[in-house]
Design a protein around this ligand. Structure first.
Ligand code: FES
Length: 140
């Protein structure tokens, strides 16, 4: 009797695990996540006082990195921080006043235009608005 219960429990749990491994991916495919990262249209990238002139910082834009720059003249600019060559994360180079990719030496100007190295096209530009006490970055 004990062996029969054990066998039934073993078969039942195996069946439940198999059914769960089939049903769970189907449900995840059918029901979209509540906050799809690709659907993020704007994010808060911080406070204006946190970004001094001639500096940049990386922020999260949905599931991707973004680069927020305050130029030496005080303008705010934002781009996707994904290099258009092989998707490395670009950084702001305050000394050269340009955006650089350390992976293969890609260089972009402060408008996101590719000016040197292997990147084949400009960075994706975002619009930036300083609203009160926060910087809001939006897809164009
Ligand atoms: S990934 Fe940026 S230059 Fe290659």
């Amino acid at each position: 009797m004990l062996r029969r219960h054990f066998t039934n429990a073993l078969l039942g749990s195996g069946f439940a695990a198999t059914a769960g491994s089939i049903i769970y991916p189907i449900l995840k495919f059918i029901i979209p996540p509540e906050n799809a990262e690709s659907a993020v249209m704007s994010v808060s990238a911080g406070k204006p006082d946190d970004l001094p002139a001639n500096s940049g910082k990386i922020f999260q834009f949905g599931g991707e990195p973004g680069l927020l720059i305050r130029t030496a003249e005080g303008d705010l600019r934002a781009f996707s921080a994904r290099c258009t060559h092989l998707n490395c994360t670009v950084q702001y180079d305050a000394g050269e006043k340009q955006i650089v990719c350390a992976c293969h030496g890609g260089v972009f100007d402060l408008n996101g235009k590719n000016v040197a190295g292997p990147p084949p096209k400009p960075l994706i530009a975002y619009s930036v608005n300083a609203r009160g006490d926060e910087i809001v970055v939006s897809r164009v």
